[in-house]
Design a protein. Structure first.
Length: 277
């Protein structure tokens, strides 16, 4: 079985690893990230199998079965443990996927269930988050241009300011990563300092004095006529906090950012004074 993942690691308890029960190999490429989970039967190596299943023959580079990815699946039912075993442990069947077909071997008793690295699975879920670029909104509108010394209200479109979630799974375990937008950093392209605002910003409300400054906005003090292409680059960078949760665990992950930009013309307003005739 192949699981799409950036880095999924399934760990085996030391006692099982000593018996040659399992191994995991994960690889990532831009086009086909995947994790290959392989397991062997006690007394048999995890590599290629020789006659009589005695582990003879050369193992491949990752000590994984060459005929497909495998994992340990718990066996349902009320089958009693072997003599002298229990109450911990359970029956597991080595399950493999080869050439699009599944196969399951005779169940064996494992004193301790194979474990899952929740932190690695959480990183996989984080890598699957699909976050939108921030929708830049302004008042006045940037089309056809803004005016010097007229306050500009800035905010991020609410449709691009919503929490997003993604999951990653291995048999029996699912971890969810959730990204929540927290701050937006505005860069104005006119040489002024960046501005960081908590939240998406406040939309302009009709009836508000147009001379009033936005809680998160900017006032251009010079035109863009001398700028490259006669435009200023207005840029919004949103920071997303990321958390994860799964069976028996939860935590925080490295934040993510998304960015969008717009080319803005800023014109000098002209004042015409008519003298008395």
């Amino acid at each position: 079985m192949l699981f799409a993942a950036a880095a999924v690691v399934v760990t085996m308890p030391p006692a099982l690893a000593d018996d040659g029960i399992g191994h995991v190999s994960c690889s990532q490429s831009p086009s086909a990230p995947e994790c290959e989970i392989a397991a062997g039967v006690p007394g048999r190596s995890g590599g290629s199998r020789g006659a009589a299943g005695n582990g003879s023959g050369e193992s491949d580079k990752n000590n994984a079965d060459s005929d497909g990815a495998c994992y340990w699946a718990p066996v349902e039912g009320n089958r009693p443990p072997p003599a002298g075993k229990g109450p911990t442990g359970g029956w597991y069947a080595r399950t493999c996927a080869a050439n699009g077909r599944g196969s399951q071997e005779t169940p064996v008793w494992l004193d301790q269930a194979p474990g899952v690295d929740l932190a690695a699975l959480a990183q996989t879920a984080r890598s699957r988050l699909q976050l939108p670029a921030p929708g830049i909104r302004t008042n006045p509108s940037t089309a056809p241009f803004l005016l010097v010394r007229v306050p500009v209200w800035l905010w991020v479109d609410p449709l691009t300011w919503e929490a997003r979630s993604a999951t990653a799974s291995v048999p029996g375990v699912t971890v969810t990563a959730t990204a929540t937008p927290t701050t937006v950093r505005w860069s104005f392209g006119d040489g002024s300092a960046d501005l960081t605002c908590a939240g998406a910003g406040e939309p302009f409300t009709p009836g508000t004095d147009p001379r009033a400054s936005s809680p998160c906005g900017h006032t251009y003090t010079r035109s863009s006529a001398a700028a490259r292409n006669e435009r200023f680059a207005l840029r919004a960078t949103v920071t997303w906090s990321v958390t994860w949760s799964g069976p028996g665990g939860a935590g925080t992950l490295t934040p993510l950012t998304t960015t969008a930009s717009a080319a803005v013309r800023v014109a000098q307003s002209q004042t015409v004074v008519e003298g008395a005739r």
